[in-house]
Ligand binder design. Structure first.
Ligand SMILES: [Zn+2]
Length: 428
């Protein structure tokens, strides 16, 4: 397996290959990449679809005593052994030298990867790139997300997202740690097919580290090696990672679209990380929505992703979108269970994650996607396997009257028609 193939050659993400070229050399190389693309008439997609959002995002970070340069690069240093970096560069060079004999499509993919490696591209541009289709689709519905909005990565290694209002702009932020934990989960979910024991063990290690240190560790180099086909850009590990992140940010869009960023009470960011707090001299105020609002944001997020699937190019993504929701909420279930097992109070304002997973599973049914929820069901199996060893661990119930009552309120609040959902209305 070549290292170059371990990155998604279609530019969405990678996390597995790092390099730190000298700045001057990198600038020359970036120019050469653009030049080669231009010569072949290839238009490389912009690194950041919303450069305008960057300005207010940087001001927001500054207002809470942070700097955007603290946000990880898409390909951050240190994960890959030194000797393997040279091999990767060699492969890239070979591809460029042979560029005369490869198709425009292949060359575009290689150049996109090369640009990602040698540029300062940070996770924020990745977040905006993967969120753009959902955001654009949701914006077309009147009244939804019509105001100014900025997405960005919050440079902390936590597993969460948050939204707030800043200078009249809705900020939708995802913490860096979320990307890594979702990637670890999705990689191990794919590895599980060949080695379930390995997948469970490594997932529990990642969770244990997170609850112990309150920081998600970057996926270790070699995670899933030999078990996951990293060469397959359309592999389940890549698709689910992206969909999990899309669900996370869509949940924050949901808070904005439903008016929670304006109406909700504010409070300090829930954190128990004393060390991290010293990095934020100013208090970071975030919204602390009501529990019902959290469920609404979840269902809104799923609905927004499914709406995107109305577009022909995303039609086949429905199982992956449902899977992404299950990855995010399944991880939330596991983080809670691991925290409880370690007797740590997460002081989270969200409702219990297993309730959120229950409601989202009901939403799969309500939206008519029982058949399409097969990836989500596999994700649930993995969550169950990983969680099984925590004392008192419980997956969401199959059927629950109290939860159906909450679900009915949530769906009605979102103006969803329950007349064809007797499994909700008759059982509450
Ligand atoms: Zn929320």
């Amino acid at each position: 397996m070549g290292l170059l193939q371990r990155m998604n050659p279609f530019g969405q993400r990678s996390g597995k290959l790092q390099t730190q070229p000298a700045l001057g050399a990198a600038a020359n190389l970036l120019e050469a990449i653009e030049g080669m693309a231009a010569m072949r008439g290839i238009v490389l997609p912009p690194c950041d679809p919303y450069p305008d959002q960057q300005v207010v995002y940087e001001r927001y970070l500054k207002s809470v005593g942070l700097d955007h340069s603290q946000v990880d690069r898409i390909l951050n240093m240190g994960r890959i052994p030194e000797e393997k970096r040279a091999a990767a560069h060699g492969m890239l060079l070979a591809a460029v030298l042979n560029s005369g004999s490869i198709s425009n499509g292949e060359l575009a993919a290689i150049l996109t990867v090369a640009r990602t490696i040698f540029s300062e591209q940070r996770a924020t541009s990745l977040l905006r790139t993967i969120s753009a289709p959902i955001y654009e689709k949701a914006r077309k519905v009147p009244g939804r997300l019509s105001g100014p909005l900025a997405m960005g990565v919050f440079p902390f290694r936590w597993f969460n997202g948050q939204s707030s209002a800043f200078e009249g702009t809705s900020m939708c932020l995802a913490a860096t740690g979320s990307f890594d934990l979702i990637e670890i989960f999705s990689t191990l979910f794919a590895a599980r097919q060949k080695d379930p024991g390995y997948a469970v063990e490594k997932m529990r290690e990642a969770l244990a580290t997170y609850v112990r240190t309150n920081e998600v560790e970057s996926p270790k180099y070699g995670l899933g090696e030999g078990l996951v086909d990293f060469g397959n850009a359309g592999g389940i590990h890549t698709l689910l990672t992206t969909a999990g992140e899309q669900f996370l940010i869509s949940h924050e869009f949901g808070h904005v679209a439903l008016g929670h960023t304006v109406s909700s009470p504010r409070g300090a960011m829930p954190t128990r990380a004393v060390g991290l707090l010293s990095q934020t001299p100013n208090d970071v105020q975030v919204i602390r929505p009501e529990q019902l609002d959290e469920y609404c944001a979840d269902v809104w997020a799923l609905q927004a992703m499914l709406a995107l699937a109305e577009e022909p190019e995303y039609e086949e993504k429905i199982p992956i979108f449902c899977g992404g929701a299950a990855v995010f909420l399944g991880l939330a279930v596991l983080v809670e269970a691991a925290s409880r097992a370690a007797r740590i109070d997460t002081k989270d304002s969200h409702p219990p994650a297993s309730n959120r997973l229950y409601l989202i599973e009901l939403a799969f049914e309500l939206f008519g996607h029982h058949e399409n929820a097969f990836v989500a069901r596999r994700v649930r199996e993995f969550v169950d396997e990983v969680g099984a060893e925590y004392p008192g661990f419980e997956m969401p119930p199959m059927l629950s009257r109290p939860l159906n009552q909450i679900a009915a309120q949530v769906f009605e609040k979102l103006n969803l028609d329950l007349s064809h959902a007797p499994y909700i209305t008759d059982f509450r």
